[in-house]
Design a protein around this ligand. Structure first.
Ligand SMILES: Nc1ncnc2c1ncn2[C@@H]1O[C@H](COP(=O)(O)OP(=O)(O)O)[C@@H](O)[C@H]1O
Ligand SMILES: Cc1ncc(COP(=O)(O)OP(=O)(O)O)c(N)n1
Length: 270
């Protein structure tokens, strides 16, 4: 059985965070495990409270998994603070983590800050050098590189700058571009664009979490990195096209296995 671990925050409404990651792992046929960094009181309308877990229980959760179970890939999401970021990075180094996907979660779509401003430097310093893939959206890329990112030219400049911070691959997500949903993949040598038509829906809660955990699922299945990203792009496109109204605000994406099987995103044999 292939395994993947998510190290992220909990979303009580189940659309993003740990919950979206575990649903994605399951739909893609990978056994999911979780380390919770923070608990958010959250629903489709926004985040009303955040409680960070203390660093000891976070390090102990990571140790409990790695000391016992082979981990095929790990996705890192919401980290909230610089201290948590340092502890998670240190634990991943200590346990020799492989196939590390870092989604540099900073702000929820509803506007709440999920990573303190002063923690961005720790993310760059401690996590990027050990990451295989880093997946910023346009806003996150801009905050990381310090210049506006809003078109293909600036996405390419941002990808080069982020690659220089240490990860092996960078995917700048273009979900917030006008027009097509166009993501940029960069391996340090060449750019490749993964493009899909924009799906006109407001139900996009958890798209970034879902995309990065789908990449981790692909790496856990030992796919080459570009193939894992391409499968994740197909997965998120199907997930958004079947996003649904739930609650009063921005509804979640869709994670039912049958859908992906029918859409050819996962083969029956995987
Ligand atoms: N309306 C949409 N139609 C199609 N794809 C989308 C749409 N919104 C986002 N995506 C895709 O979802 C993935 C997550 O991107 P994005 O929404 O930018 O991340 P985040 O949730 O971190 O802001 C990317 O592959 C992006 O291209
Ligand atoms: C607990 C938690 N983690 C991450 C996010 C951000 O999710 P993302 O997929 O980037 O986008 P939105 O869900 O905010 O639309 C989150 N909201 N909660």
């Amino acid at each position: 059985m292939k395994t993947a671990l998510t190290i992220a925050g909990s979303d009580s409404s189940g659309g993003a965070g740990i919950q979206a990651d575990l649903k994605t792992f399951s739909a893609l046929g990978v056994f999911g495990m979780s380390v919770i960094t923070a608990i958010t009181a959250q629903n489709t309308c926004g985040v009303t409270n955040i409680r960070e877990l203390d660093e000891e229980i976070i390090a102990d959760q990571i140790a409990a998994v790695y000391d016992d179970i082979p981990v095929g890939a790990v996705k890192v999401g919401m980290l909230s603070s610089a201290e948590i970021t340092r502890v998670v990075a240190g634990a991943l180094v200590k346990h020799g983590a492989a196939n590390v996907v870092v989604d540099p979660v900073m702000v929820a779509k509803s506007g709440s800050r999920l990573l303190k401003v002063e923690a961005v430097e720790a993310l760059i310093q401690f996590l990027f050098p050990i990451a295989d893939v880093v997946t910023p959206n346009l806003h996150e890329a801009a905050e990381i590189v310090g210049f506006p990112v809003g078109n293909r030219a600036s996405m390419e400049r941002a990808a080069i700058a982020i690659k220089a911070m240490g990860p092996k691959y960078v995917v700048v997500k273009g979900g917030h571009l006008p027009g097509a949903a166009c993501d940029l993949f960069y391996d340090g040598k060449e750019f490749a664009y993964l493009t899909n038509e924009r799906i006109e829906t407001k139900h996009t809660h958890g798209t970034g979490c879902t995309f990065s955990s789908a990449i981790a699922a692909g790496l856990a299945k030992r796919m080459p990195v570009f193939e894992a990203v391409a499968v994740a792009k197909r997965y998120i496109t199907v997930a958004i096209s079947h996003g649904f109204s739930l609650g009063k605000g921005v509804g979640p994406t869709h994670h039912f296995y049958e859908l992906y099987s029918q859409a050819g995103v996962v083969g029956d044999g995987e």
